[in-house]
Design a protein around this ligand. Structure first.
Ligand code: VG1
Ligand code: CO
Length: 587
């Protein structure tokens, strides 16, 4: 092939958000759109770095991925990249990409320098929905802000991009190596099995034998919903082939370009089939719901964990992601061989509940609070300061890679359940997910928690709401007067700020990371604008209340939080600014 320079001009709006650039497919297919972003990334990393590099290119398999992969292959070849690794059919989960960068060694001893991940994560896919792209670095984690800022600034000045002319499309459905020759020498495309590196890593972290014993116990039933995302490419290998789960325990585990028309976001609203399988309510007459249910998002970095509930009005027991990371941290050393030497530290994103803080304090662990988005955890992990971390948005993970990891989180839960039942598999009743969570609450107290999302609201109104809340903060007396007028029995706001983070490793500062109202009793209200949407603005409101009294930890969370919710909505004038009387999604 030869290298052609294509003239182009800047296209507006290519600023990467919380996790890469996410737009409607219709935007991505515009002439030069993807090419501008990819060349801007190559330029941000530096021509020297790209010459001879090994890059991974793959993603969650959503619509437009296959075309995008061929374009990136040709641009990489033209920019002097030496070889590209592609998961079969272009499929690699986000955590698997991270694992491949860190662990995989090519036949010739090569290691990856970075990756383009093609995903819009939990956003729907298809010709009328979203596509996305992000770049991950040599440590396996998302590019830090220093790089994404450079990429964005390059997109505003770009004049040309390089593309290999005469390089044929590569058949990515077949495993194997293709060699090509260009002006700089050889260029290889290596199509490899999407699952094996990741499966190998999971087997080195967990004791698969113990988990297998649990899954084969007739008392334990299991269900996993991949929502037609890329987790399906791993679920059968891990849960069925390695751990012996029944095939019927897998739901929606065939990856689809449009996620079967669904919204691949593992929460109680969108993971409908799983929720139904777990038994919606007693009237559903689902006599035997599974003991344990879990789901993943499109790119398989998120997880939702549900347990069977046999107490009052509904069957399923929902584990809040904030509790999940706290419970994993509290049990990791005993239940997961990878952590048997102890935890280096733990971390959560700012809006995530303080359940993890309490565990860190009890266990005397280093603790960090970082802005939303996984890129902030990576530095801590590279510096050996953090082993387990999580976000309220169904993201949980550890320093085995530099992304959150949906299947790892499910394995962590299975390992904990197996550990708690290790002498009990023959007994009358297993220790359940619900037992584990309630036991945790009675030791550490409970953080009632909910998140209200107002999706795709008018961007102007959303900005005004945030500006109003920032201004209001300067006068706490007024804030407390307003609150007392709404609800007399909530405690006082003692502090309010816009969250700002100074990275303890590289000293970089991230500002405007969300508005916090902190109450005397530990309750919090947090307001943020989402950085992953593709249209309009999404406001996220996070509401949290801490309860230490064991006699008060068993309430329904929406009921317990109702007074604070009312305060949050009225204080922020939510309806006035957004025109919405109710959120789009409550988690
Ligand atoms: C959301 C979540 C955040 C998460 C991010 C990427 O971002 O709130 O916690 O890290 O999505 O997750 P935002 O800016 O929309 O609130 V994923 O699974 O979309 O890569
Ligand atoms: Co995701």
């Amino acid at each position: 092939f030869k290298v052609t320079r294509v003239q182009t001009s800047p296209i507006d709006g290519q600023k990467p958000g919380t996790s890469g650039l996410r737009k409607k497919v219709k935007v991505f297919v515009q002439p030069h759109y993807l090419q501008n972003f990819v060349q801007s990334t190559f330029n941000a990393l530096g021509a020297d770095k790209m010459k001879g590099a090994t890059l991974v290119v793959s993603g969650d398999g959503r619509y437009y991925s296959k075309d995008a992969i061929q374009i990136i292959l040709k641009m990489a070849a033209a920019n002097g990249v030496r070889r590209i690794w592609v998961g079969q059919n272009g499929l690699l989960s986000t955590p698997a990409v991270s694992a491949v960068i860190r662990e995989r060694v090519g036949a010739d001893g090569s290691k990856a320098n970075g990756a383009f991940i093609l995903t819009a994560s939990h956003n729907p896919g298809g010709p009328n929905e979203d596509f996305g792209i992000k770049y991950n670095m040599e440590n396996g984690g998302p590019a830090p802000e220093g790089i994404t800022d450079k990429i964005y600034s390059n997109t505003t000045t770009i004049k040309e991009y390089l593309i290999a002319e005469g390089l044929p499309d590569v058949d990515i459905s077949k495993i194997g190596l293709s060699n090509f020759t260009g002006p700089d020498g050889q260029f290889d495309v290596d199509v490899f099995d999407s699952a094996s590196d990741y499966v190998k890593l999971m087997k080195s972290i967990f004791d698969f034998q113990t988990i297998k014993k649990l899954l084969s116990s007739p008392k334990f039933t299991f269900c996993y919903d991949a929502l037609h995302g890329v987790a399906g490419a791993y679920a059968k290998r891990i849960f069925v082939e390695e751990l012996g789960a029944k095939e019927s325990s897998l739901l929606n585990c065939v990856p689809k370009e449009d996620f079967g028309g669904g919204h691949p976001d593992p929460n109680l609203t969108y993971a409908k089939e799983l929720v139904a399988r777990m038994g919606l309510s007693k009237s559903d007459n689902n006599a035997d719901p599974p003991e344990f249910g879990a789901a993943a998002d499109g790119d398989a970095d998120r997880n939702m964990v549900l347990g069977k509930r046999l107490s009052y009005f509904d069957f399923r027991f929902f584990v809040t992601p904030s509790d999940s990371v706290a419970i994993i941290a509290a049990n990791a050393v005993q239940a997961i061989p990878y952590f048997s030497g102890g935890l280096k530290g733990v971390a959560r994103s700012m809006p995530t509940s303080a359940a993890l803080d309490v565990v860190a304090k009890h266990l005397n662990l280093k603790f960090f609070e970082v802005p939303t988005g996984w890129k902030f955890f990576g530095n801590l992990m590279d510096a050996d300061m953090c082993s387990v971390c999580g976000e309220e948005s169904f993201g949980t993970g550890s320093d085995h890679i530099r992304e959150k990891d949906g299947i790892w989180a499910v394995l962590a839960w299975l390992a904990i359940i197996a550990h708690k039942n290790k002498d009990n598999l023959g007994g009358d009743k297993l220790v359940t997910v619900e037992d584990i969570v309630r036991q945790h609450w009675s030791t550490y107290g409970r953080h009632y928690y909910t998140r209200y999302d107002y999706e795709n609201v008018d961007a102007g109104g959303a900005k005004e709401l945030m500006a109003y809340l920032v201004k209001l903060q300067s006068n706490l007396t007024e804030v407390n007067n307003i609150i007392k007028g709404i609800q007399s029995d909530v405690s006082n706001v003692v502090n309010a700020d816009e969250f700002e983070y100074k990275d303890p490793v590289d000293g970089s500062i991230s500002k405007h990371q969300g508005i916090r109202y902190l109450f005397e009793d530990g309750s919090r209200l947090v307001f943020r604008l989402s950085g992953t949407g593709s249209e309009g603005a999404t406001i996220r409101l996070y509401i949290e209340q801490y309860e230490k009294d064991p006699s008060k930890i068993g309430r329904d969370s929406q009921e317990a939080l109702a007074p604070l919710v009312e305060v949050a909505l009225k204080l922020s004038k939510m309806q006035e600014y957004t025109g919405r009387s109710a959120p789009t999604v409550i988690t």
